[in-house]
Ligand binder design. Sequence first.
Ligand SMILES: Cc1cc2nc3c(=O)[nH]c(=O)nc-3n(C[C@H](O)[C@H](O)[C@H](O)COP(=O)(O)OP(=O)(O)OC[C@H]3O[C@@H](n4cnc5c(N)ncnc54)[C@H](O)[C@@H]3O)c2cc1C
Length: 504
Amino acid sequence: MNAVPRRAGASPPQSSPQGGEGVPQPTSHSAALAASTHAGGQVEQAAVAHGAVLTAPPCGGGREGQAPHVGIAGAGLAGRLLAWRLLRAGMRVSLFDAHARTDRSSAGPTAAAMLSPTAELAAADAQIHALGVASLGIWPQWLAELHAQTGREVYFRREGTLVVAHAADTGALDHYAALLRAHLPAGSAAAQPLALASRAGPSPDTPIAPAGPAARPQSAANLPGGLPPAESSVRQAEAAMQPVDGARIAALEPLLAGRFARGLLLPQEGQLANDQLYAALAAALDAGLAACGGAWHEGLAIEQVQAAALVDAHGTRHGFDLAVDCRGVGSRGEWPGLHGVRGEVLTVFAPGISLRRPVRLIHPRYAIYVAPRPGSQFIVGATELDSEDAGPPTLRSTLELGSALYSLHPEFGEARVLRLAAALRPALPDHQPVAGQGADGVWRINGLFRHGYLIAPALVRQVAADIVAAFAAARAAPPGAATQGASRASSNLQPPIQTQPQAA
Ligand SMILES: Cc1cc2nc3c(=O)[nH]c(=O)nc-3n(C[C@H](O)[C@H](O)[C@H](O)COP(=O)(O)OP(=O)(O)OC[C@H]3O[C@@H](n4cnc5c(N)ncnc54)[C@H](O)[C@@H]3O)c2cc1C
């Protein structure tokens, strides 16, 4: 796969139907929105406390021009999800991406889309685990909403992950199990509330620090979707990780009968089909943009993101009420420390072979998983290489991925190779995500690293609620207290966002 280009395609900038884009706009109103961020957090916490989700009825054409207009750079996983949630909240949205909507070169369409909060504890911390648990509760609701809106099904399974090792590698399996066990009880957010940095409103004196505390997600204890009820450490570890013997492995996955004597079942995990998710989100976005206003600019790279404007590769400045940077590794030039971590995956077609759940194969040198997909497809991943080279997969990686699949069961030897792909995961030096408004007024979701599908719903829902609350707070500000820009933002506000019960 190819590197994400810094400049792309030559589509001329389009004007929105409301004439908001391509026109220089004042940016001072972002200060009022920044000042209201704290209130935003409070609003979301209240909504979460009542198990509510922020959604509004789809807006009608008659309301165009009155809703706040949000510009989003990057229509990948984070950008699409955020755009969809903001449209659902009644806002106008304009999305810009360097590529066409069907392009598959970035991380989102390349990923295996495993939802593995427990398995990832080998490489991630309690915050990622807590965000993952919260997101696993959000996905079914969002996929049901997407289905209701577009009629499209997105493959989603939550039957756990099976971890196995060949007889020679049981030492590595024991080490892996010990690693998870060590992290699970003490690191679990249910057992011990996280002490994360608070999301205090940014100070105008603070230099831009996107990776700093102001832009970190708030405590997982406050996340939408909630956390599991408190349990004893032992019971919680048992619920998250169960040793299995050969007979149980055979019962869980008949294909693997007789091939592995020991393993682990991680019952809470799941996976989804990201190609179906991308297509469903595209359909929902088209419907939302038609109803609420805004546009999807494909093949138009954004070179710079400002508090209330996006500057494209042609130098045109598109003004908005608020701008969000969701460009993944495409933000590298503007963000020291943000880098790509290369990953490669293999997709095969193997009719007649069946797995119910993802299988992780533990090996001393690599950890590879095989995730079933609809249509007798299996995705095998993923390498993790400390490299920003986004060129095609190497022979070495291809051999490793293929060998792991073949060693799982020789019947995979007849599988047809459908795709070999590589892409860059967007990562910050500490491998933690950023979601929120920076001191420069720009909103960002980035640094999702190898956990985008695992944690994006919790982060996106939080950011969407904070944006909605920031506009509401700007509208509620007393006359004269607002800046010129804030007045403009205030005049664009929607009726109050409605809440509705969260799906089970
Ligand atoms: C091989 C591999 C396997 C993975 N497996 C998993 C997994 O099993 N589970 C999991 O949870 N996560 C997994 N991930 C991680 C996941 O894919 C990422 O965390 C996620 O895609 C990041 O989302 P994002 O929206 O921030 O970035 P991206 O998905 O990369 O999207 C960024 C978007 O911005 C656009 N863009 C870039 N530059 C510009 C610009 N200048 N102007 C406009 N647009 C621009 C891009 O075209 C792209 O559409 C995997 C990743 C890889 C590479």
